[in-house]
Design a protein around this ligand. Structure first.
Ligand SMILES: *[C@@H]1O[C@H](CO)[C@@H](O)[C@H](O)[C@H]1NC(C)=O
Ligand SMILES: *[C@@H]1O[C@H](CO)[C@@H](O)[C@H](O)[C@H]1NC(C)=O
Ligand SMILES: *[C@@H]1O[C@H](CO)[C@@H](O)[C@H](O)[C@H]1NC(C)=O
Length: 557
């Protein structure tokens, strides 16, 4: 009898416990209803998928407010990705109607309120990507659930236009460009206006992203249009200064696209482009073929943000005053260049020898604008410690370092430095992720020395070692826990060390004089802080090389 009473009480109690959910939420466009996922006795997650934050965008037009709907919108399915080319660029998929976002809201004993909010922007070279990320067995890469649950924050992920529809620009006011950035901005503004109804604090919004998403975050902080909307920002492996993230010569690309879709390149080009259908425009994006040491793959990423006189009124380097009140956390993976460099020089990751000549050709491509003088200086810089007969490992790791420095590390350090130099109330934090690649080691595709490759950070930030425990070990779960702790503490307080989760090592702020950074990996301890990350090479790419005279007037686009 007693047992029955307890059971009954427990059942009633559980019934109430599981009832903690937002239910139907009213937004500016109408009501939405997501799904409540039970995670534990007093823990659940309200998940909303596919909420429109803007109307279907017109071709080469800024996003507009959604006209709204009547009734309750079932927000239980991810919207289609924005129209984009397939991996092999032989077809296209996705939808023009793609300005949707997803929201994860953690619930405890009571319905949450005033939670910090984190908005995710995906990477994909401004050419591909989706708000939910790649899907393995219904486990989406960018599911916000682990971050939201562990960090007690709201996570939102956002669709934005990519490729031709997102970033084509004629370099003037007729097709100014930056449509994908305007989409992101519209999503930030929507979250700011609506997130209170979901239990979020509109004054505590953090934007974060990786690769082109990290560069997007950087652009959003530099634009005057986000003033007062964004409190903090995290750039993983991408900033506005990355060579692939910014286009100086968009007109040339626009003409290339025009020719492919059968439009003239004279005065009637714009009208013709605007009347071309979205699929044809998407398919006309410049191809990104397999790279070679003479023409590295990354140099084909040429549909990128531009100075449009509006979203970006000036060159990114002159816009850091707009981020003076924003807390900024940014960093790089210690072998971020590996993915790219080993595609340009396949022998790097194999057993075959890598000729020094290949390394020189790659450097020559990166320093092309400065001719032989640039190459000679660069080669001297990178081969100083080689001795007379460098080992194969020395040659290969140097090639990866060159790629990492040029494509990511040097521009990221420059952006971190400028943020700190221009900051008023905003704090600055810098990291280096050095966890060895899971693909490296005996019996695996990569040699043992391969460290954190491009995109390796994603699995840890999104908590995959917890979601798919069989694919990972305990040390990777430690690392994932550390990253989620730093990231969500930062979103909550502006300081990655302070918040709801304990961190293993105190992360010092970056100042322009001491230039501290935190090295992150599964084994980190108090000795994992450093200063002046690869300063000698950062100086080379950001100061020594640019000061050389350019040859032949062939400015890099
Ligand atoms: C953000 O959240 C923190 C911690 O919950 C709170 O102290 C602060 O008042 C909130 N608002 C702003 C603008 O920081
Ligand atoms: C799109 O491309 C196809 C094949 O190249 C062509 O037949 C069609 O006319 C194009 N449509 C428009 C609207 O440009
Ligand atoms: C920190 O880690 C390093 C390298 O992993 C190790 O050599 C050192 O003993 C550790 N220090 C402490 C205080 O645990």
């Amino acid at each position: 009898m007693e047992a029955l009473r307890i059971l009954l009480a427990a059942a009633l109690f559980l019934g109430t416990a599981s009832a903690v959910s937002l239910g139907v939420v009213r937004t500016e466009g109408g009501s939405v209803q997501g799904k409540n996922i039970r995670l534990g006795l007093f823990r659940s997650m309200d998940v909303f998928k596919g909420i429109p934050f803007a109307a279907k965008p017109g071709i080469f037009e800024k996003p507009k407010r959604h006209p709204g709907w009547t009734g309750v919108l079932k927000a239980t399915k991810f919207a289609k990705r924005c129209l984009q080319v397939s991996l092999l660029q032989t077809s296209s998929f996705g939808n023009e109607d793609c300005l949707y976002l997803n929201i994860w809201v953690p619930q405890g004993r009571y319905v949450s309120s005033n939670l910090p909010v984190m908005i995710w922007f995906y990477g994909g070279g401004f050419l591909v990507g989706g708000s939910m990320g790649a899907n393995f067995l219904d486990n989406y890469l960018y599911s916000g659930q682990e971050i939201a649950d562990r960090g007690d924050v709201i996570v939102a992920s956002v669709g934005y236009r990519v490729g031709t529809l997102g970033f084509l620009s004629t370099g003037d006011s007729r097709i100014p460009g930056n449509y994908g950035l305007w989409d992101q901005h519209a999503a930030i503004a929507w979250v700011h206006r609506n997130i209170r109804s979901f239990g979020g604090d509109p004054e505590n919004i953090t934007i974060f992203g990786e690769s082109a998403g990290g560069a997007s975050v950087s652009f959003q902080t530099l634009s005057p249009h986000n003033k007062g909307l964004v409190k903090r920002a995290i750039s993983q492996s991408g900033v506005a200064f990355c060579p692939w993230a910014f286009s100086n010569n968009p007109r040339k690309v626009a003409e290339e696209v025009a020719e492919k879709v059968g439009c003239p390149t004279d005065g009637s080009m714009v009208a013709c482009l605007k009347s071309t259908n979205a699929v044809n425009l998407t398919m006309a994006a410049p191809r990104v073929p397999q790279g070679s040491p003479d023409k590295p793959g990354v140099t084909y990423l040429i549909l990128s943000p531009v100075v449009d006189g509006d979203f970006l009124p000036d060159h990114p380097g002159n816009l850091f005053h707009n981020a003076a009140e924003i807390d900024y956390l940014a960093g790089v993976n210690n072998m971020d260049g590996h993915l790219f460099t080993s595609a340009d020089i396949p022998s790097l990751s194999g057993k075959e020898e890598t000729p020094v000549e290949d390394v020189k050709r790659l450097l020559g491509a990166y320093t092309k604008e400065k001719g032989q003088a640039g190459l000679d200086l660069a080669f001297a810089e990178y081969s100083t410690n080689w001795g007379s007969t460098p080992s194969q490992q020395a040659i290969k790791t140097t090639a990866v370092d060159i790629g990492t420095d040029y494509i990511f590390l040097a521009p990221i350090q420059a952006a971190i430095h400028l943020h700190a130099a221009n900051a008023k109330s905003g704090r600055t934090y810098s990291y280096l992720l050095s966890e060895p690649s899971l693909m490296a080691g005996p019996g695996r595709p990569y040699p043992h020395w391969v460290g954190a490759d491009h995109a390796d950070d994603l699995q840890y930030v999104f908590g995959k070692p917890f979601t798919t425990p069989k694919a990972y070990g305990d040390s990777q779960r430690d690392l994932s826990g550390y990253m989620i702790a730093y990231w969500t503490n930062f979103a909550r307080t502006g300081d990655p060390n302070k918040g709801k989760l304990k961190v293993p090592v105190t992360w010092p702020t970056f100042t322009t004089t001491r230039q501290q950074f935190l090295e992150i990996n599964a084994k980190m301890n108090e000795s994992y802080t450093g200063q002046k990350m690869r300063l000698r090479f950062v100086r080379f790419w950001t100061s020594t090389l640019p000061s050389l005279p350019s040859v032949g007037g062939t400015a890099r686009q």
